[in-house]
Design a protein around this ligand. Structure first.
Ligand code: AMP
Length: 401
């Protein structure tokens, strides 16, 4: 069985207490196995592993990421795959923050690990977790090259005007405070599908991509190059998200500190974990928000209205920045599934050449599809994102180069 997966990439997305993984072939896109280890470093750990049409969940104490990966390798072996001997082309790691140092997928060496560690101050919750996954994979699969794929990389070339905060230049430079952008792998993957859907060369397409998942971000892309994105120095800026506030006056943060006497960690938890849809109506899952909304819940109505209001604000801003827009594309869990969000965020924009076809919008599919009318001068698409496949493809390219 191992023979059939030669050339596949094992993709790891390591969080502070979790590890998502997928074994995928970068060319065929075929997924041989995938899963998630949770509550790593805590009590009550578990691994859910799917392989060959079978899904198993086991409760197992996982003291660290190395223990989790070791057990994952055993689960692969139980299903007939010896990962060390399977001829994998690479292990691809999602790394959240590449700072100014990394702007393309990078083969992992000891020096690269030190640099990812050095810029961890920019993403203290994410980069150290990503590194634990990298270290563990290198230890357990020493003969397979590891490649880091950075969430920030696609936005590395943002124009200075879009990347710069209007604060003291010296302070900003010294502390690397600027807008980096995130979800880059998804924005690059999804925007890369749009020229084909339009039948136009990538260099001629101006487009807006709306990645609406638990995290959410928007981007404006002109001729293949991003010119703006809604996330900033951290993935907290921009749209309303499941648990994150998105844009908020920094004065409110100061007020929370000075007057309410919250410390930095408490404010971090408030804005990252207890805000967004959850903060507004108690639920971060969009399906629950939709159910509450249908039942007439006033807090869910406000949450939904704030969500749509913020989204429309970014769409409007990016239309002006791009000047001419050829396509607007929805992706990720909410963008791919929530027909009402798509309809409401683009409602009443006929004067701007944006007209959604309600029947096309109602279609449920895993395929890329157009949901605007044929007369709409701006094409509106739904394109399912696939960050794992994009990471696998980029990792395989680095190894082949
Ligand atoms: P992601 O982060 O891309 O996995 O997206 C997760 C979000 O997508 C959650 O808020 C889910 O509630 C939402 N979602 C998934 N399926 C649906 C659906 N059918 N309708 C509305 N929201 C959905």
């Amino acid at each position: 069985m191992s023979d059939g997966i030669a050339g596949s990439v094992l993709v790891f997305n390591a969080g502070s207490s979790s590890l998502k993984y997928q074994l995928v072939h970068p060319e065929s896109g075929e997924v041989t196995a995938e899963g998630i280890a949770e509550r790593i470093g805590d009590h009550g750990g578990s691994i859910t592993h799917s392989q060959g049409g079978l899904e198993v969940t086991e409760q197992i104490e996982l003291p660290d990421h190395t223990a989790a990966i070791r057990r994952v390798m055993e689960l692969f072996a139980d299903g007939g795959i010896d990962l060390a001997a399977a001829g994998l082309s690479a292990v691809g790691h999602r790394v959240v923050h590449g700072g100014r140092s990394f702007f393309r997928p990078t083969l992992i060496t000891t020096e690269v690990i030190s640099e990812i560690d050095r810029i961890s101050t920019l993403a203290p919750l994410h980069n150290p977790a990503n590194l634990t996954g990298i270290q563990a994979a290198r230890e357990l699969l020493p003969d397979v090259p590891s490649v880091a794929v950075f969430d920030t990389a696609f936005f590395h070339s943002l124009p200075e005007a879009a990347a710069t905060y209007a604060i003291d230049r010296g302070v900003a430079k010294l502390h690397a405070i600027r807008r980096y952008g995130f979800h880059g792998t998804s924005h690059e993957y999804v925007s890369g599908k749009v020229p084909g859907l339009l039948g136009k060369p990538a260099g001629e397409v101006n487009q807006i991509v709306l990645h609406l998942g638990n995290g959410a971000s928007a981007s404006a892309i002109a001729g293949g190059a991003p010119i703006d994105t809604s996330m900033g120095m951290t993935p907290l800026e921009g749209l309303v998200m499941g648990t994150r506030s998105g844009d908020i006056d920094p004065g409110a943060v100061l007020h929370l500190h000075r007057v309410v006497k919250l410390g930095a960690d408490q404010i971090d938890t408030l804005l990252n974990k207890n805000s967004g849809l959850k903060g507004l109506c108690g639920d971060n899952d969009f399906r629950s928000v939709t159910e509450k909304l249908a039942a007439g819940d006033a807090s869910a109505k406000l949450a939904y209205d704030v969500y749509i209001h913020r989204l429309r604000r970014y769409i409007g801003a990016y239309m002006i920045e791009l000047g001419r827009v050829d396509a607007i594309t929805f992706t990720a869990g909410v963008g791919e599934n929530a027909t009402t969000v798509r309809a409401d965020s683009l409602a009443g924009l006929e004067n701007y050449g944006i007209v959604i076809d309600p029947d096309r919008n109602a279609v449920r599919s895993r395929q890329p599809r157009k949901i605007s009318t044929d007369d709409s001068t701006v094409a509106v698409f739904v394109v399912p994102t696939n960050e794992e496949l994009a990471i696998a493809q980029q990792a395989a390219e680095v190894v082949a180069a």
